[in-house]
Design a protein around this ligand. Sequence first.
Ligand code: TYD
Length: 200
Amino acid sequence: MSKFITFEGVDGAGKSTHLAWFADALRQRGLDVVVTREPGGTPLGEQLREILLNQPMSIGTEALLMFAARLEHIEQVIKPALRAGKWVISDRFSDASFAYQGGGRGMDWEKLHQLEQWVHPDLQPDLTLFFDVPVEVARQRLSNNVSLDRFEQEQSDFFERVRAGYHRRVQENPQRYAVIDAAQTLDSVKHELEVIISIL
Ligand code: TYD
């Protein structure tokens, strides 16, 4: 049976590295896996990503464009793949809007719930892996990157609010999440992922 799995965490948590490994591990078990990302995942969504990551804009515009890209993504990629019996793994989904636009930028939480209800009233991930890491550790990892996008250029207090936004979201619906301590070594995280895969 198909499953929809999302990966979340503050920038620098290491989720993209773990996502690639996780998808390979599922493929080795013979599963048909679609890997995608937000914002993005469709031609229009990737154009919106380019704008979102580089152009200054108001908080409301940022949230609306994130959800606009998401609606395309759901209709063009996620739902068709799930209907075809595939597993879909997305690098970020709506939890990121709650964490970044809600927590980080301070957008009204209830408005985000309304957007979520509008854009995907009938779809939620079966499982969300939240890579949780102290902000200083994530910042340290990001410092190796040569170019930082509009979000990555934010200061530590922004990322503290993003992290708190993720925690609030986990508290609202704890059974959907696996919270992974991403400050551990890569091998320890991989071991946790193996355990998760064994019970999927
Ligand atoms: P990210 O997924 O971290 O990509 P990369 O690993 O290539 O840097 O970058 C996407 C950025 O977009 C990230 O900083 C979080 C932000 N974002 C939001 O603010 N809201 C959202 O709803 C989504 C999906 C992403």
